[in-house]
Design a binder for this molecule. Structure first.
Ligand SMILES: [Mg+2]
Length: 124
C-alpha cells in the first residue's frame, strides 16, 4: 500500500502512534509519504522534526496550497491518506481512502460539533 500522512495537526498530535505505524508499514514493505503545506524552505527543519518525532518515511512532499494535497495524492498514487483539515481532503480522489483526525482545530469539544465551512460541508 501507499500511505500519505499530513504533518501538522496529525503526526504531531499522536507521534507515538504514528511512529509505530510508519515503522510497521515500512518494515512490511509499504510506501509512506509525508505531505505538508509548510514552506519548502523548511525542508531540513521539517525532516529533523520528523526524525525527532520518530516518524519514518520514504518521501517528504510540500503542497502548494491546502487543496494541492489532492494532486499530490493522485500523483503519488496514495491508497490511504490521513489529514485533519477538510480543505486538504476535498480534492483527494475517490480511489484514496481518507482518515480524518479530530483535533482542537476542526472540532469544538465544548459543543461536540465539527468545525467546517459552508463551502466544504453540506448538511444532511
Ligand atoms: Mg494538518
Amino acid at each position: 500500500m501507499r500511505i500519505g500522512l499530513d504533518f501538522d495537526g496529525l503526526l504531531d498530535e499522536q507521534p507515538g502512534f504514528f511512529g509505530f505505524l510508519t515503522s510497521a508499514l515500512r518494515s512490511a514493505g509499504h510506501f509512506v509519504a509525508v505531505l505538508t503545506y509548510r514552506d519548502p524552505a523548511t525542508r531540513s527543519r521539517t525532516t529533523a522534526e520528523l526524525q525527532r518525532l520518530g516518524i519514518v518515511h520514504d518521501e517528504l512532499h510540500f503542497a502548494c496550497s491546502l487543496g494541492d494535497k489532492g494532486r499530490l495524492c493522485r500523483e503519488l498514487d496514495i491508497d490511504i491518506y490521513f489529514d485533519d483539515q477538510d480543505e486538504c481532503l476535498a480534492d483527494v480522489g475517490e480511489q484514496t481512502t481518507v482518515f480524518k483526525i479530530r483535533n482542537g482545530g476542526n472540532f469544538d469539544f465544548d459543543e461536540h460539533k465539527w468545525l467546517s465551512t459552508e463551502r466544504l460541508t453540506r448538511l444532511l
